[in-house]
Design a protein around this ligand. Structure first.
Ligand code: FE2
Ligand code: FE2
Length: 394
């Protein structure tokens, strides 16, 4: 979460009541700064470091039984939230049809480029960051398979938890593919630097602090799926306002998938709260104390050692994902899980409940103070390799 910028409701480049009016001509190749050759000093920029202590297997072993006993429930309540493959959209539905004759295909690409020409570079910084986050999918499947009691023990396990994880991954896999293809065809971004960032990120992994503990893991995924729903929903809104209805539909379609996934993970936590109230409540508090780390927090392009921070600052300024969204998601989940009304918990559970239920206003107060401090500081900017090293206001 970036906490230094005020909450943008309408970026400067989106006119009030914006329509798809053309505001800029497409960027000429001559106007695009050439990528500087990698210097050893720049290439040596250190990747981000891990922040959590390495606690592992924090769920007491006997609790594996909780997940075993919920297998039938998961088959009946979680697996139906997946969509059959033949009813799913595919990336190819949204990009120029590759089977078209060459001239027609080229026309479609030209139309795509004309549409994206309206969108400013800062929008692409955020869209690229979102795409890179999606593209690091191997890391997320790995992360879920670190969780005791629900991991895929064979790679093709018939256990419903494992079946869900594989099919969820297969659904998610379309998100990065589609955004990547669209960005590639747009010609607006430096694909080589994006691809390097993805390679660095998958190599770095992630550190969400879930400790092989599915109570913690499913709290994390509930929060995170909603965060991606919010973020893709906002890039859809901005694409529409900036003159690209197809990109708006793409981001909106991905957002709808995230919503369905959020529903599945939130249902699992809801069930854990029903069958093991104190442990589930304590897990929610634990994750919120650690703060929910964004999945791509270890992103690196070999150049900017603060790449994730800079990307997050632009996302915050454009209103794509903000500190206010973080507090909103928390409040939403508190309501959905009925945390304020939970009863019958131990002292530890009640303490966790008090902490979580009072947290959102505290986050908002801290954000207001951070905004205040940011207003006193000189405006900052950063160069992003993803958009040919152009400088963007943070
Ligand atoms: Fe996704
Ligand atoms: Fe998702």
């Amino acid at each position: 979460m970036q906490a230094s910028y005020s909450l943008a409701t309408r970026p400067a480049w989106v006119p009030r009541g914006a329509s798809a009016t053309r505001r800029r001509s497409p960027p000429s190749t001559a106007a695009v700064p050439r990528r500087p050759p990698p210097s050893s000093a720049v290439a040596a920029a250190a990747p981000p470091v891990l922040k959590h202590r390495r606690t592992t297997h924090s769920m007491p072993p006997e609790k594996v039984e909780v997940f075993r006993s919920l297998e039938d429930w998961a088959s009946q309540n979680v697996l139906p939230l997946l969509k059959p493959v033949d009813q799913c959209w595919q990336p190819h539905d949204f990009v120029p049809d590759s089977s078209l004759p060459t001239d027609e295909f080229t026309d479609r690409v030209a139309q795509l480029r004309e549409r994206t020409a309206e969108l400013p570079d800062e929008y692409f910084v955020v869209l690229v960051g979102d795409m890179i986050t999606e593209d690091a999918l191997p890391t997320y499947q790995t992360m879920i398979n670190t969780l005791d009691g629900v991991r895929d023990e064979t790679g093709a396990s018939q256990c419903p938890w494992a079946a869900w994880t594989r099919a969820w991954t297969a659904e998610e896999n379309r998100h990065g593919d589609l955004l990547r293809t669209y960005l590639y065809l747009s010609g607006r971004v430096d694909m080589l630097m994006i691809e390097r960032t993805v390679q660095y990120l998958i190599g770095a992994g992630m550190d969400p602090g879930t400790e092989n503990n599915p109570y913690l893991g499913f709290v994390y995924t509930s929060f995170q799926e909603r965060a991606t729903f919010v973020s893709h929903g906002n890039t859809a809104r901005l694409a529409k306002a900036g003159g690209d209805p197809v990109l708006a539909r793409i981001c909106g379609t991905i957002a709808a998938d995230e919503r369905r996934h959020e529903n599945a993970y939130a249902k699992i936590v809801e069930k854990l709260l029903e069958v093991d109230t104190t442990s589930a409540m304590v897990a929610i508090a634990d994750m919120m104390r650690k703060k929910i780390t964004m999945p791509a927090h270890l992103m690196h392009d070999g150049r900017d050692p603060k790449l994730f921070e800079h990307f997050s600052a632009v996302a915050q300024r454009l209103g794509v994902y903000t500190a206010d969204d973080y507090a909103d998601i928390l409040e939403f989940l508190i309501g959905r899980w009925g945390l304020e009304k939970l009863e019958g918990m131990t002292v530890e559970g009640r303490r966790a409940q008090d902490f979580v239920c009072g947290l959102a206003p505290r986050i908002r107060r801290l954000q207001e103070r951070a905004d205040e401090r940011a207003r006193m500081m000189a405006p900052q900017s950063a160069r992003f390799s993803w958009i040919f090293n152009k400088e963007i206001k943070l």
